[in-house]
Design a binder for this molecule. Structure first.
Ligand code: AMP
Ligand code: ZN
Length: 488
């Protein structure tokens, strides 16, 4: 069996993945807080862990892998988004507005991540469905002396867990110096973090031994991972920004609640995504969502390819140049694998590259080499290599069935072409009937839409640029159709 090596943040070295239960390899990834569209950075962990999920399924068998990614659907940012709607005059109760907002955002998230070719995890728990488990865990932590209630809050007592900070390799005092910790009079130590907080009558809340309130963010993942994966599982992942405090706090909660279990064996973190060399931020004007790119006509597969060009442990830079390069490569690859049946087994060098701490860029290099090898080979080997190539690309979530659609002219593009050609015939008829005013009017109307008309004898041809954005393309089609209708 292929040996998988992964860099464990905790040991800061590559470790062999030895499944706790070979029949059920278990992985948890911290998912999004569902108050808005996913930005491009949020998509990076999704793609990285999708490649790992595909690799695990390949090596261990799809039935022997369980992947969980949560939705954080209780959060102050969600409340704020719903409150803003109320202030804008929406008369509905906050609860309904929150429900609508989280449902809508989860729908967007699914659509956007599907477009990147990411498989849906086996379980996608919503935090609000696991409140009783969170309350039980907090009660257990209080009973064991690791947490205390104060003024309607329950706080985790960081000094009660000597290993706190081990994941980041830092002491509590170092972390205090570097962190923006919230000072509150009811905290015993500034590093103590919230497990439960009170909700006023307006905000979402649940009854608990400490009054009506809501959970802190960190306890959500500890409770949901235990409920769905058990007290010890194989891999826990997320962006490197989650290492501290979120993951340190998850470890503190889970290991203090269950001191005889492992919690997560390997901690895997992806580095951050930047845009054109700069941190993505709203104030720099380089902040965009996955949907923004898809709407500009950049296919999800192209976004995925650009991500795979950089190793997950290195910062990655999204650039327009890389997207163009990826698009050109993928167009070629789609032509190369058209009407090909994938081989049963992917190329072993591709598998080995991925098994070596997800070396996706080496895997892509190998795919380029396979293609070249196939082109230089005799016909028998050519088909065999093509089939291997396709199976290997699919292991990385590329060239998936149906993904070639974006390389073909779209339905709208084809319809624009047809409508124009009908209009061309009408235009020539007007000219033959010496109805020059009408012919010129059509030409000018088209010119206003950015469509140039060339007339040569009885020939009529058009040149135009179909907008990348599907809704703009649709609008162009409607406007051309409106001219056609005037003809009838
Ligand atoms: P959030 O909804 O902010 O908790 O983020 C969801 C996921 O996206 C987490 O795993 C984050 O670590 C990850 N993430 C957020 N920003 C970036 C970024 N710029 N690059 C890579 N990953 C990110
Ligand atoms: Zn988490």
């Amino acid at each position: 069996m292929v040996e998988i090596q992964l860099t464990n943040t905790r040991s800061r070295s590559k470790e062999r993945l030895v499944p706790i239960d070979p029949q059920n390899l278990r992985m948890y990834l911290c998912g999004p807080t569902v108050y808005d569209r996913a930005h491009l950075g949020n998509a990076r962990p999704v793609v990285v862990f999708d490649v790992l999920y595909r690799l695990l399924r390949h090596v261990h068998g799809a039935r022997h892998v369980t992947y969980v990614r949560n939705f954080t659907d209780v959060d102050d940012k969600i409340n704020a988004a719903a409150l803003a709607r109320q202030q804008q005059g929406d008369p509905r109760p906050l609860e309904e507005l929150i429900r609508e907002r989280t449902e809508e955002t989860i729908g967007w998230y699914h659509a956007d991540m599907d477009a990147l070719g990411a498989l849906r995890p086996d379980h996608e728990p919503r935090a609000t469905d696991y409140i009783p488990q969170m309350i039980a865990m907090i009660e257990d932590l209080v009973a064991k002396g690791h947490a205390y209630a104060a003024e309607g809050h329950v706080l985790f007592d960081v000094r009660s867990f000597p290993d706190y900070g081990q994941l980041s390799g830092r002491s509590v005092d170092d972390m205090i110096a570097g962190a923006r910790v919230e000072i509150a009079p009811f905290k015993r130590d500034p590093m103590d973090f919230v497990l439960w907080k009170p909700s006023d009558a307006e905000l979402p809340g649940w009854d608990s031994p400490w009054g009506r309130g809501r959970p802190g963010w960190h306890i959500e993942c500890s409770a949901m991972s235990e409920a769905l994966l058990g007290r010890s599982f194989d891999i826990h992942g997320g962006g490197i920004d989650l290492q501290f405090p979120h993951h340190e706090n998850e470890i503190a909660q889970s290991c203090c609640a269950h001191p005889h279990d492992e919690f997560a064996r390997i901690w895997l973190h992806n580095e951050m995504l930047q845009v054109e060399g700069r941190k993505m931020s709203k104030s720099l004007g380089n902040f965009f969502t996955v949907r923004d790119l898809l709407d500009q006509g950049i296919p999800g597969e192209v976004i995925r390819f650009v991500f795979l060009m950089t190793h997950y442990r290195k910062p990655m830079d999204w650039t327009a140049d890389k997207a163009r390069e990826a698009e050109a490569v993928l167009r070629n690859w789609h032509i190369f694998s058209e009407n090909v049946q994938p081989a049963d087994e992917p190329d072993s060098i591709v598998v080995d590259a991925l098994a070596d701490d997800l070396n996706t860029s080496a895997a892509l290099t190998r795919l380029h080499a396979l293609l070249k090898e196939a082109m230089d080979a005799g016909s028998g080997t050519f088909s065999e290599l093509r089939r291997k190539f396709l199976a290997s690309a699919r292991l990385m979530g590329l060239l998936l069935p149906g993904s070639e659609e974006w390389t073909k002219p779209s339905k709208v593009q084809a319809e624009i072409r047809e409508t124009l050609s009908a209009l061309g015939i009408a235009l020539q008829q007007h000219r033959r009937a010496k109805n020059y005013d009408r012919a010129d009017a059509i030409r000018n109307q088209l010119l206003d839409l950015g469509v140039k008309v060339q007339l040569q004898g009885t020939d009529c041809s058009f040149s135009w640029i179909t907008p990348h954005n599907p809704s703009e393309a649709q609008q162009l089609l409607e406007e051309i159709k409106a001219i056609t209708l005037e003809e009838k």
